[in-house]
Design a protein around this ligand. Structure first.
Ligand code: MN
Length: 274
C-alpha cells in the first residue's frame, strides 16, 4: 500500500476545509484522494481540524485518524507541508512560525509557482467583516478596511471567549444576500484585493466551500473548495498549470486517472460551516 504505482504526482497540492472532528467530514474520500495524489509541497489552507466543534461534540473516527497519519507520513517521506490555519482551527494561530514535526504553521504564505508567479496562500476568514460590509467600506476607504480587518479578529476572539460558535460567513451570506453570487463575488474581490496589496500575482484560499479558478482584474483567484460536500482540491502541475480536482467516489478498482474530474466552474453552493 505504501508505493502506489498509479499515484499522480503534482508539484503542489492545496487542501482546505476538511473539518476533521465533525461528522460532515468526508474523511474516507480524502484518504482515498491522498493515496492516489502526491506532491512536493502540500498546503493545508485552513479549517483542516474543526476546533470549535471539538469542544462540544467531539467526533473522531478511525478514518479521521488515518487522514492525519497519512498526511504526517507524506511529510516524513519528504513532502513540504505548510499549514495556514483558518477560523475553525484557529487554536493553531497561537503557534504561528513553529513546526509540528514536519508541518510548518504560518498565518499566510507566498507560494511561487513553476512558471514564476507569486501566490498568496491564506484561509480567508480574515476578511469576513470586509465581505459583510463591502459596500460601506468601499465608500469609506483604506482606514475603514484596516479597521474592519482588526474588528474581525477581535469580534471572533470575544465570541470564542464567551463560548459562542464562530459566526459563519457563508450561512450569513445565504441568509442575507438574495443572490449568493453577490456574496461569493464580494469574497473573491476581498481576497484578490489582498493579493494585489501584498504584491502577489494571485491568491489561494478556502473558507467559503466553493471551489473556483478565476481571473479577477488580472489577479488569479483560486479557491480549493472543501471536503465536506464538494470534495475538491487544487493542484499545481509541474509546469505551473493549476487545476481543481473533484474526488467524488472511492477508487477501489478504478484507475486514478478516471477518478479525478477536472472542474472549471462548479455549481454554486457555498456551504455552511465556513
Ligand atoms: Mn473557514
Amino acid at each position: 500500500m505504501s508505493e502506489q504505482p498509479e499515484a499522480r504526482h503534482f508539484r503542489t497540492l492545496f487542501i482546505s476545509d476538511v473539518h476533521l472532528g465533525t461528522r460532515g467530514c468526508q474523511s474516507e474520500l480524502l484518504l482515498d484522494f491522498m493515496r492516489y495524489n502526491d506532491a512536493e509541497t502540500i498546503y493545508l489552507v485552513g479549517d483542516i481540524i474543526d476546533g470549535w466543534r471539538l469542544k462540544r461534540s467531539w467526533y473522531w473516527s478511525q478514518a479521521h485518524n488515518d487522514v492525519v497519519q497519512k498526511m504526517l507520513r507524506k511529510g516524513r517521506k519528504g513532502a513540504r507541508i505548510v499549514y495556514t490555519p483558518g477560523n475553525h482551527d484557529e487554536f493553531l494561530r497561537s503557534y504561528l512560525g513553529t513546526h509540528f514535526g514536519d508541518v510548518e504553521v504560518t498565518d499566510t504564505a507566498i507560494h511561487e509557482t513553476a512558471d514564476g508567479r507569486k501566490l498568496l496562500v491564506i484561509h480567508g476568514d480574515q476578511f469576513d467583516v470586509v465581505v459583510r460590509h463591502a459596500k460601506w467600506l468601499a465608500l469609506l476607504g483604506d482606514w475603514a478596511y484596516v479597521a474592519a480587518l482588526n474588528l474581525n479578529t477581535v469580534v471572533n476572539k470575544v465570541r470564542r471567549w464567551l463560548g459562542f460558535p464562530y459566526w459563519s460567513l457563508s450561512a450569513w451570506g445565504k441568509l442575507k444576500v438574495k443572490n449568493a453570487v453577490n456574496f461569493i463575488g464580494a469574497f473573491e474581490q476581498a481576497l484578490s484585493g489582498e493579493a494585489r496589496r501584498v504584491g502577489a500575482d494571485g491568491v489561494v484560499c478556502g473558507h467559503i466551500h466553493h471551489a473556483a479558478v478565476r481571473d479577477i482584474d488580472g489577479i488569479a483567484y483560486y479557491n480549493t473548495g472543501d471536503w465536506v460536500e464538494s470534495c475538491t482540491a487544487l493542484v499545481e502541475h509541474h509546469d505551473g498549470r493549476m487545476e481543481i480536482l473533484r474526488w467524488t467516489r472511492l477508487s477501489a478498482r478504478s484507475a486514478a486517472s478516471d477518478l479525478a474530474e477536472p472542474v472549471s466552474e462548479p455549481a454554486p453552493g457555498a456551504q455552511a460551516a465556513a
